[in-house]
Design a protein. Structure first.
Length: 112
């Protein structure tokens, strides 16, 4: 397994805008994103569990208005930022696909 830097730690502000990147998943290059929630970096495929649409309503805008949940701008599905679990909406208990992250030396990495 290899590590790949996706951003500087300072690029992710708690409950702020996310950072978009691509990741190889099941042989395809797919859109993904990272956010910071409760001081920890989390990353997921940028794909709603309900339909194959990207979540952000504007580039990097993943949190709902209360900055409590990640939201699908198309369907309004809400996801728990720390787990990717669906908490409300048409995702019907399906969750976001997590991507393993590490953070050290001022940078956020994904594990490929």
């Amino acid at each position: 397994m290899a590590k790949r830097q996706i951003c500087e730690s300072s690029d992710l502000i708690d409950k702020g805008d996310g950072v978009r990147f691509t990741v190889e998943y099941e042989g395809e290059q797919l859109p993904a994103f990272a956010v910071r929630y409760r001081q920890k970096a989390y990353a997921y495929l940028n794909k709603c569990a309900h339909r194959e649409v990207e979540l952000d309503w504007d580039e990097g805008k993943f949190f709902d208005g209360d900055q409590r949940y990640l939201i699908c701008a198309t369907h309004g599905a809400l996801y728990e930022p720390a787990t990717g679990a669906c908490v409300h909406g048409p995702c019907q208990k399906q969750g976001l696909q997590p991507i393993e992250t590490e953070e050290h030396e001022g940078a956020v990495f994904i594990i490929d």
